[in-house]
Design a protein around this ligand. Structure first.
Ligand code: AMP
Ligand code: GLY
Length: 427
């Protein structure tokens, strides 16, 4: 079967790398791809939101399955369009992608179906949002309703900070994504992510992960798309995973079915593990970036049959086999990220780094220029290692990082610290 992956980040490199190893794949394409993806798939210059061009390409190349990576085309209805054209794909319909596309939608669903999440209010004007803040006090959390590339959330320590965030959203900082504001209770605990596939009915747990959102060591500095991640997340014990499935994921799948918009694709649940138990922070309705890089290096089974089963409603026939090892990924970013940064700087030493045993270097934002690899984004490389322990995976990943010659790049030096501390305590 010919397969098309949509997207251009480290997530799509990891997915393409995994799909390229599938015996079911004849030809693998990625649109638009990047300098690293080009080593495992044929990159084609299509825009993820140009649905007409994607459909035309699928017809021309006889594409049997489309794997959609990012959220924007999902929320804009790419899967609905491909369904109408009779082309199989992975991901939710636009209606089901509202779980990521609208925080208010998800909060209301949780309230209606008893899914544990922070208490909240939805507001379409600043005065009533501020009144809610005033009556609840700080700390409190202010969120733009729609897609804001991970930047629409303020965890406010003071009422003044919350009010300023409300004003900023209604002043249009996030455009249409900020037409509404969700204000919610601050949840105290440890964060972790949980991934599960769904075919509309059956839910299949995948794995757990934790990421580092802040740009600097010690989890300091501004938020980013993620500076590193590891899987599994030690905080999510098997008992807690069972609770997450029973109290959060399965009720969500049932709720979406009950509403006539069954969810197909991957639930990426952001969780806070509180004293009361796991609470949902938010859903993403696509694979995480860089979480996918650690998930795919741990997955032993072929990924493609599971993705197709989500489309076909046949997930009850799928079982996935995972390595017991830990995977850890270090994000290398261009200096200045998440602010302004330089592009087109040359990266050397990638072959040496990739030759370190049990290491995969995924490209997040690169382009090939003849034989050279140039940086082409903020987050640029995901140096990913597997080992028996988090400490071992961290050591291997940094060994590879140290072989990469890219003076204009940087990375955090402490990815996995919390899990490594736990390992030391239990050793
Ligand atoms: P989100 O985009 O909703 O995942 O929010 C981004 C980050 O803000 C999360 O990863 C949490 O670290 C933090 N956050 C969001 N909601 C809450 C909450 N209710 N309580 C505490 N922290 C939160
Ligand atoms: N790593 C967070 C995300 O993919 O949204």
């Amino acid at each position: 079967m010919n397969v098309l992956v949509i997207g251009s980040g480290g997530r799509e490199h990891a997915l393409s790398w995994k799909l390229a190893a599938s015996p079911l794949v004849t030809r693998l394409y990625c649109a638009p791809g990047n300098g690293g993806i080009a080593q495992v798939a044929e990159c084609v210059a299509l825009k993820p939101l140009d649905f007409d061009a994607i459909v035309a390409f699928c017809r021309e190349k006889n594409i049997g399955f489309v794997m959609v990576g990012p959220e924007d085309p999902l929320v804009a209805g790419l899967v609905d369009r491909l369904d109408r054209e009779g082309i199989k794909s992975f991901g939710p319909s636009a209606a089901a992608a509202q779980l990521e596309g609208s925080k208010g939608f998800t909060k209301d669903l949780c309230a209606e179906f008893g899914i544990p999440t922070a208490a909240y209010g939805r507001f379409s004007d600043a005065a009533s949002a501020k009144a809610f803040v005033a009556s609840n006090g700080a700390p409190i959390v202010v969120k733009a309703d729609g897609l804001a590339a991970g930047k629409g959330v303020t965890v406010a320590e003071t009422v003044a900070e919350a009010d300023a965030a409300i004003d900023e959203i209604f002043a249009g900082r996030f455009g249409a994504a900020g037409a509404e504001v969700v204000v919610e209770e601050f949840l105290d605990g440890e964060e972790a992510s949980f991934f599960a596939l769904c075919d509309g009915k059956t839910v299949l747990p995948l794995a757990t992960a934790q990421d580092h959102k802040r740009v600097f060591d010690g989890d300091k500095g501004p938020n980013t798309g993620g500076m590193g991640a590891y899987s599994p997340a030690p905080v999510l014990t098997p008992d807690l995973v069972a609770r997450v499935m029973r109290e959060i994921i399965e009720p969500t799948a049932a709720a979406m079915r009950a509403r006539g918009t069954p969810f197909k694709g991957v639930f990426f649940a952001g969780l806070m593990i509180t004293k009361k138990g796991p609470q949902l922070i938010e859903y993403n309705t696509r694979f995480g970036d860089p979480e996918t890089q650690v998930l795919m290096t741990r997955l032993r089974s072929d990924l493609l049959p599971a993705l197709i089963a989500c489309h076909d409603g046949a997930l009850d026939r799928i079982a996935l086999d995972w390595k017991d090892e830990v995977a850890l990924t270090v994000v290398m970013a261009a200096k200045g990220y998440p602010g302004d940064y330089e592009k087109d700087t040359e990266i050397k030493g990638l072959d040496r780094a990739g030759a370190v045993p049990d290491v995969q270097v995924f490209h997040a934002g690169t382009r090939a220029d003849g034989g050279r690899i140039l940086a082409n984004g903020g987050r640029v490389l995901n140096v990913t290692a597997t080992a028996a322990t988090v400490a071992g995976a961290q050591a291997a990943a940094y060994e590879a990082v140290n072989l990469i010659d890219w003076p204009e790049g940087f990375c955090r030096r402490d990815i996995g610290w919390r899990a490594i501390e736990r390992e030391r305590q239990t050793a």
